[in-house]
Design a protein around this ligand. Structure first.
Ligand code: PGA
Length: 255
């Protein structure tokens, strides 16, 4: 893992945005894996700015990590709606090239298999953006998710339900299930970028980066991925034992 500790979430998001804009510049049909939640919003603002400055997204294809089961795409709290508001509507993406699992899919298993097939048909995900849950989840792969899991219906933990209740009027409105790419699906992305911000993430970050690889901390599976960069702010990095080494290493890359 390449671990980059930045003074603020904003600085970290700008660094992550640079990796994405450089990829899109080099290959206009780049396939992006995208995430929702509070974490990527500054990154998305930076991508919107890059588009205003002239970057073309018309051939970019996107696949989101997850969607709440039971929410229609136009539900105010659906992840499809989140993506439209935070990113899609502000870029010149072709909406037909954007993919978010369908929370209302009737045959969920068939929908999940089709989602995996669409990712494959697109040539796989070039860069997957990830946040980390306070319980160490990536996507909605909660603790005890198989490290080789594929896109499927998952049950949310109480921790995730209470973490996400802030987006809903009441905690009992948070769906109990979601469709999520699996950990095995995520690990097939050519490159992963994980963003971790805030002191409430410090414990999960420590377990993911410096703990053993374990289904108990789904983000630790990224230790097995050959090209993952983790961007942290100071608060999220607070508990890392080798913090000074990561700083030194990031500042002293061989030419
Ligand atoms: P957050 O969620 O960005 O809203 O903190 C991250 C996650 O649960 O993956």
């Amino acid at each position: 893992m390449n671990i980059i500790i930045c003074p603020t979430a904003e600085a970290a998001s700008l660094r992550a945005a640079d990796m994405i804009t450089e990829a899109v510049r080099k290959r206009p049909e780049t396939v992006l894996g995208l995430a929702t939640g509070s974490t990527p919003t500054l990154l998305y603002k930076a991508l919107i700015q890059a588009h205003r400055d002239g970057l073309d997204f018309s051939r970019v294809r996107t696949f989101n990590l997850d969607e709440y089961h039971g929410l229609a795409p136009d539900h105010p709290q659906s992840y499809r709606r989140f993506m439209e508001e935070q990113l899609f509507n502000h870029l010149n993406l072709d909406l037909a090239n954007t993919h978010v699992p369908d929370g209302l899919a009737k045959d969920v298993a068939a929908h999940c298999a089709a989602y995996e097939a669409e990712i494959k048909a697109a040539g796989g995900i070039d860069i997957q953006v990830l946040g980390i849950g306070s319980n160490g989840h990536i996507g909605f792969n909660e603790p005890a998710s198989s490290l080789v899991s594929r896109t499927r219906l998952v049950a949310l933990t109480q921790q995730t339900i209470s973490d996400n209740a802030r987006f809903f009027d009441a905690a009992d409105e948070v769906p109990r299930h979601a469709i999520s790419m699996g950990i095995g699906t995520i690990l097939e992305a050519k490159r992963c970028i994980m963003l971790c911000f805030g002191e409430h993430k410090a414990k999960a970050v420590r377990a993911a980066i410096e703990g053993g690889v374990s289904q108990f901390t789904p983000a630790s599976a990224l230790q097995m991925h050959p090209d993952t960069t983790v961007f942290l702010d100071e608060a999220a990095a607070a508990d890392l034992e080798l913090k000074e080494y990561y700083r030194w290493s990031a500042a002293n890359q061989p030419a």
